[in-house]
Design a binder for this molecule. Sequence first.
Ligand SMILES: [Mg+2]
Length: 109
Amino acid sequence: MSLTFRDAGERVDAYISQFKEGYFPPLLMLARLTEEVGEVARVVSHFSGKTPKPGEDEGDLEAELADLLFVMICMANERGLSLERGFDRVMTKFETRDKDRWTRKDADE
Ligand SMILES: [Mg+2]
């Protein structure tokens, strides 16, 4: 499967646009984003040594990250923002400002 940020944004918008309620207001989406970050944290804590509570499974990091991405896409769509452009901007920042920040694998050669 090949999927662009634009494709993902359009798919989410097609889904949300079916419903009269539309996108949640920004503060509610922020609350949802925070909930999903907590769910990601729970899965990470399970594979980092915390024993799940009785009856609780270890969780699914891929699914939880996708939940988080869904909310992020909703927030971008609701504001008319482009995650494609935003992602390009952040990568350009890392690739320029931070290009010498870390130890390169070929540093010893
Ligand atoms: Mg979740």
